[in-house]
Design a protein around this ligand. Sequence first.
Ligand SMILES: Nc1nc2c(c(=O)[nH]1)N[C@H]1C(S)=C(S)[C@@H](COP(=O)(O)O)O[C@H]1N2
Ligand SMILES: [Mo]
Length: 241
Amino acid sequence: MKPISRRALITSGLAAAGVAGLAAADRIGRRHGLIPPDCRGVYGPGETLTYAAHRLLTRDAMAREFPRSMISKTPFANEVAPPSAEFKKLQAAGFGDWRLTIDGMVAHPMTLSLADLRSMPTHSQITEVVCEEGWSYVAEWIGTPLSGVLREAGVLPQARYLKYFSIQPDWSDSIDIADAHHPQTFLTMGMNDGELPVGFGGPLRLRVPRQLGYKSVKYITRITAIDSLKYQGDYAWFAGI
Ligand SMILES: Nc1nc2c(c(=O)[nH]1)N[C@H]1C(S)=C(S)[C@@H](COP(=O)(O)O)O[C@H]1N2
Ligand SMILES: [Mo]
């Protein structure tokens, strides 16, 4: 069967099930990985429709990439909380002791230094950070695709999401496995030909250009693979653009 007819089948199945009853839609959606973690509550049906549509129609689509001439002259760094004492200590030592832990549902849990990450394949992308509050900027992001790191860690087949954590305790977020392996999802250490400045998330930021800015968490210290997710954020869990 061609993928498009499979999509048509699932979409019409979902629509029919929507008429017949939400329980059936839920069953079909779950089987095909179309139900987001924030499917319940007032906005649940809308979130589910958005996520299902993205996953059926644009799963492998690329975020727009820009020519070098469109890099913003004055990129806007969102206000960040003053760095903690722990962060300042790491910064004073040139981030030599910064570590990224990959754990959870992986065959080989690992702890990587920035040097380890720099020894992995380096790629760059010129993409836009879009804040839900209405501003955006274009920058070049330099780093290593997360997919390569995940391959080394051996993400287990039952893992469905990655949760990632910042050194800022209030900042963590999560993406599904499709976005985790998306070629533009980067562990970023460089920006516009230089090191990634602290204001923009240096020394290590997860760039998820297929989604709104809040998914691109700064100061990443841990990524954990999980098979289910309870989401309690203020914003929509899936923020596809
Ligand atoms: N650790 C951390 N990551 C974060 C934030 C933050 O305050 N702390 N703000 C988020 C939000 S809401 C947006 S829109 C972008 C802003 O990115 P910028 O500072 O590069 O403009 O970072 C996201 N990542
Ligand atoms: Mo934002």
